[in-house]
Design a protein around this ligand. Structure first.
Ligand code: GUN
Length: 282
């Protein structure tokens, strides 16, 4: 049994990015990410701060736009338009959720796909679904890295994804398929969910319900990736997997916190580098 150290793996990835950024700096190129936050959602403020910190660590320049809650959709779209045109800005990230008066889909569509480092633009989702992804959604890509860097070969494995959201469940299923996994995506209407989960060689939990996956729902030797981040009544974080009962059966398992969480930002850094190199034709 091995606990997958997402913190260590994310640091390894950031160090790899940093190394490549140093090489680009030698050529007079510095990747640059624009981070846009609208309003004062405290969780978003923490995420944005961590993203800017990671940029600093990797040598990526970050442009920060912290806009008031009252910002109109037009104003936000105008900012995106100007960043789309700015050749010195390689990546644009609009922190979600946006205030209710702003149409999120419209905003995400406005970001030039080449600068969409979140991988949320339908064009990038489309490339992912045909196995030709350039900028992959960060959390799903992070799940794949955790599996691969733990020495697990996905090819031919039965992969069960629990959850079908557009930001995790669906894209993680497509990435596992691209890695030659045999993929089943389960959701709230799935019949005999426990029985399906027990067939998994690799189980990805992205449901949003604390400790939903229990020990009786997995088979011995399973690889478990827990995407859930749930705040318990006692203030502690827990995943979608009941770690206590699942861990003894798993060959590899991610903890919460310290599993998938840190990977999202590491993959964002990787996407910034990929976007920059592509735009500069490096
Ligand atoms: N809000 C929660 N997670 C994310 C993410 O990965 N990207 C953005 N832009 N907003 C988020």
């Amino acid at each position: 049994m091995a606990i997958i150290d997402g913190k260590q793996i994310s640091t390894d990835i950031k160090n790899e990015v940093k190394k490549e950024v140093i090489e680009l700096l030698d050529k007079g190129i510095q990747p640059c990410l624009a981070v846009i936050l609208v309003g004062e959602n405290p969780a978003s403020q923490v995420y944005v701060r961590n993203k800017k910190r990671a940029c600093e660590y990797c040598g990526i320049k970050s442009l920060s736009y912290e806009l008031p809650e009252s910002t109109s959709e037009e104003e936000l779209l105008a900012l995106i338009d100007s960043l789309n045109l700015d050749p010195d800005c390689n990546g644009i990230l609009v922190q979600l959720p946006l205030p209710k008066h702003i149409d999120e889909d419209k905003v995400l569509l406005r970001i030039k796909p080449e600068k969409d480092v979140d991988g949320f633009h339908p064009y990038n989702v489309g490339l992912l679904s045909i196995g030709k992804a350039q900028l992959k959604a960060c959390t799903p890509a992070g799940c794949i890295e955790l599996i691969k860097r733990s020495g697990v070969d996905i090819t031919g494995k039965k992969c069960v994804v629990v959850g079908r959201s557009n930001i995790v469940g669906k894209p993680v299923g497509m990435l596992l398929l691209a890695e030659n996994g045999t993929v089943i995506t389960c959701h709230s209407k799935t019949k005999d969910l426990a029985e399906v989960c027990r067939q998994a060689d690799i189980l990805v939990a992205a449901i949003g319900k604390p400790k939903f996956i229990t020990g009786d729902m997995v088979s011995d030797g399973v690889v478990v990736i827990d995407v859930g981040i749930n705040r318990m009544d006692d203030g502690k974080l827990c995943g979608d997997v009941d770690f206590e009962s699942v861990e003894p059966k798993a060959s590899h398992i991610t903890p919460v916190p310290g599993g998938v969480g840190p990977m999202t930002i590491a993959m964002l850094m990787q996407n910034c580098l990929i976007a920059c190199k592509k735009q500069k034709a490096m």
